[in-house]
Design a protein around this ligand. Structure first.
Ligand SMILES: Nc1ncnc2c1ncn2[C@@H]1O[C@H](COP(=O)(O)OP(=O)(O)OP(=O)(O)O)[C@@H](O)[C@H]1O
Ligand SMILES: [Mg+2]
Length: 596
């Protein structure tokens, strides 16, 4: 309950008054509905010359319509009643339109506020958060859970208020007109309510199963499409079709079970409703016969009883939906309460590019007792090119994560220009240390926009220079639309090597003082590799370059080579020194040379 109120408050930001007035309009809508129906009673009673039997409420209505002149005026001017009904219906229509407008305004705003809030909150989560959260769950919270809460606020709460207003009002008026008729006619209601309340749970239960099965089917299609290359390459089509067919069957089964039960539920609960109507008619005919009520009362009683029972049946459905709204609100609140990453506090300094690791150790959260990096110490001088070489899983990319402050060391310190990195704001660190990630990602934008991402002030000629350094200029010229060629999911598919080079151009364009290339040339041929390394060497001499690689060839020309093994430093030195050392580096060199 607390979560729901928390999320509702958040969602209503800026439209609190609109939301309130929606309920005010709803109240007037109910009032106009009841008043219009009540006028038909007065009309019937006037036609059968029974207005003299009128009591409090009718007296008041007669007084209003005859403008204070009394029932004789109505007998003389019968046409005023249909006119009053038309005017009243017209007012009802106006209030209904106003209420709907207010409701839709709130609905759109709640959606926007919550989704915007969640998305921007997610963007500000630390990297470690995404390591433990499942993307599917996050997407569900941002879309479906928001929708459930929005529907609850816009439909179900409104429906409840409507039911409450109309039931109270109709019940009070009916009691005033004839309490006997009211109590007898509505005697079946409690049974209907409990019947609905218990059965609807099973309806929901079956619905949830069908829904889960459908979600699994969607996941299956999505996974299949994403892996279609593997499916084709391994001749897995028939297997995949069969698997999908099983899922479809499961869904069909559950869907049928849900549909059958829900139609049984709705039809059977309708029996209560029709029985109530019948009871009302029979009993009021009896009372008319005994002259205890007028024909007009029969008409209004029948109308009001119908106005009470239908929404009451839906209340049971609504109450059973409440659980879903609670669960969704819980998830939304939990996400909102996750602490945002603070990228702003700390020192803002121009980093020159001196780097020092002092006894740095690091373990990932879910592998606390296994260090990905252990006791790492080394230093890099501004402008140096340093290679970090090691076998797969030796901790090279982890080093990059620490240097960009996506994680901070578990033990030890990293210094940038002599300042402890944790004292420098993350924004500043990430502005000055720019990596080419091992698995480069391109957005669904043009090549140019993908490159310009790292430097919004870059001119076209800067972008061109960066692509030349990344040996990408000729490739781009080959595309019909050149720099404007769309790439990413919705554009041209680039090869692995082309993607890597776009990412290199992006990093080069940033003009950062430290650039890290994580296995960035693994997918290009050795000639291109050489070209790019040459251009990078000619890059601004003040730039510190860290080249992460498992190839001796890419590391060879570096000023310093740091050899990592199982998260620890095995050796440090230049190519010549390490060859002389006869250690791991020399062994790798031999193996790789033999291969070539
Ligand atoms: N997010 C993570 N959570 C837990 N363990 C991780 C995570 N990322 C990496 N590891 C583990 O940390 C160790 C070092 O991984 P890292 O990615 O740094 O290796 P690498 O040297 O970059 O390897 P490669 O050359 O294959 O890219 C590995 O044992 C890996 O399984
Ligand atoms: Mg790696």
């Amino acid at each position: 309950m607390k979560s729901l109120i928390y999320v509702m408050k958040k969602g209503l930001k800026g439209v609190e008054l609109t939301y309130f007035f929606n309920f005010v309009a709803l109240f007037f809508m109910v009032l106009a509905t009841v008043f219009t129906s009540f006028l038909s009673k007065v009309l019937v009673d006037a036609l059968s010359l029974q207005l003299y039997k009128a009591e409090y409420i009718e007296r008041f209505v007669i007084y209003m319509i005859s403008l204070g002149k009394g029932e004789q005026f109505i007998y003389d001017n019968l046409y005023c009643l249909p006119i009053a009904i038309v005017i009243s219906s017209f007012i009802l229509a106006l209030v209904t339109i106003a209420r709907n407008l207010l409701r839709y305004k709130c609905s759109a705003s709640i959606n926007k506020t919550l989704q915007y809030g969640l998305f921007s909150h997610l963007q500000r989560q630390p990297y470690s958060y995404f390591q433990k959260a499942k993307p599917g769950d996050l997407i569900q919270t941002c879309t479906r859970d928001v929708d459930v809460v929005r529907k609850f606020m816009i439909m179900e709460l409104n429906q409840t208020a409507y039911t409450l207003f109309i039931v109270v009002l109709c019940f009070a008026i009916l009691m005033e007109i004839s309490y006997k008729l009211t109590l007898v006619s509505l005697s079946l209601l409690p049974f209907m309510f409990f019947y609905s309340f218990f059965l609807i749970k099973e309806v929901r239960n079956r619905y949830r199963k069908a829904d889960d099965s459908e979600a699994m089917m969607t996941d299956d299609i999505s996974e299949n499409l994403n892996s279609i290359r593997v499916v084709k390459a391994y001749n897995e089509e028939i297997y995949e079709i069969k698997r999908f067919e099983d899922k479809l069957k499961d869904y069909e089964n559950k869907y049928k079970k849900w549909r059958i039960f829900s139609s049984f539920f709705f039809s059977s609960s309708d029996i209560f409703i029709f029985a109530t109507s019948a009871l009302a008619i029979i009993y009021s005919l009896y009372l008319v016969y005994k002259k205890e009520i007028t024909e007009g009362t029969l008409v209004v009683a029948y109308t009001f009883i119908n106005m009470i029972v239908w929404p009451l049946r839906d209340t049971a459905t609504m109450l059973s939906n409440l659980g879903q709204a609670f669960a969704s609100a819980d998830r939304i609140k939990k996400l909102f309460l996750e602490e945002e990453e603070d990228i702003n506090s700390g020192i803002e300094a121009k980093i020159n590019g001196d780097i020092e690791f002092k006894n740095v150790s690091f373990a990932y959260q879910d592998r606390k007792n296994q260090y990905a990096l252990k006791n790492i110490s080394f230093s890099i001088k501004k402008g140096q090119t340093v290679a970090i070489l090691g076998k797969t899983g030796s901790g090279k990319s982890t080093l990059l994560l620490l240097l960009t402050r996506l994680f901070d060391p578990s033990q030890g310190h990293i210094y940038l220009d002599g300042i402890d990195i944790t004292k420098i704001s993350k924004r500043c660190v990430r502005k000055n240390i720019v990596p080419v990630l091992q698995d480069p990602f391109l957005f669904s934008k043009s090549i140019k926009d993908n490159i310009a991402l790292s430097n919004e002030n870059a001119s076209d000629s800067d972008i061109y220079k960066a692509t030349k350094i990344a040996d990408l200029d000729k490739t781009i010229e080959g595309f019909e639309k050149g720099f404007d060629t769309p790439v990413g999911e919705k554009g041209v598919t680039l090869s692995g090597g082309q993607k890597q080079r776009v990412a290199i151009a992006r990093t080069v364009l940033s003009k950062a003082s430290v650039m890290i290339f994580d296995d960035s040339l693994s997918a290009v041929d050795s000639k291109t590799d050489l070209n790019i390394r040459k251009s990078l060497a000619n890059l601004d001499k003040r730039t510190t370059k860290i080249i992460i690689t498992s190839r001796i060839n890419s590391a060879k020309s570096a000023d310093k080579i740091i050899v990592l093994d199982k998260g620890q430093i095995e050796e440090i030195g230049t190519h010549e020194e390490l060859i002389k050392n006869n250690g791991l580096y020399e062994k790798l060199d031999k193996i790789q040379e033999r291969r070539q």
